[in-house]
Design a protein around this ligand. Structure first.
Ligand code: 5GP
Ligand code: ZN
Length: 114
């Protein structure tokens, strides 16, 4: 399915380069960048290049590309401990209404932060 963007969506603007981001990965289906409010060093987001508010709004081929991108980021970060998180709806803590997968490294307690 062809990519779909929404004019007033901040993540669609990031995909289009209208809002700057620290890009990590981009391919036909997904775009990945560092979270502006990181919960830990390396906290990244993977978003489909298809505007869908919730998981069930996004075509399978876009979703299928998200986890390999998250995996690549985890490997590149050398993260031994990390969470992959994806929120749907306000009650479930979704703030940005464009599907996104968080990659959140969990540093050891002995590390500087976390
Ligand atoms: P949610 O709570 O919707 O699952 O997470 C939204 C995430 O998007 C938050 O972690 C927030 O820091 C991040 N975020 C919101 N606006 C921007 C932005 O303009 N740039 C970047 N890089 N991250 C953003
Ligand atoms: Zn969007």
């Amino acid at each position: 399915m062809a990519a779909k963007h929404l004019a007033n969506c901040i993540f669609c603007k990031i995909i289009k380069g209208e809002i700057p981001s620290y890009k990590l990965i981009e391919n036909e289906f997904v775009f990945s960048f560092l979270d502006i409010g990181p919960l830990s060093r390396g906290h990244a987001l993977v978003i489909p290049k298809y505007h869908g508010e919730k998981l069930h709004d996004v075509p399978d081929e876009y979703l299928a590309a998200a986890l390999p991108a998250a995996k690549k980021i985890a490997v590149a970060l050398g993260a031994e401990n990390y969470n992959i998180l994806q929120n749907n709806g306000r009650i479930a803590h979704q703030e940005v209404d464009h599907v996104h997968f968080h990659v959140i490294p969990k540093p050891r307690a002995s590390d500087d932060e976390g």
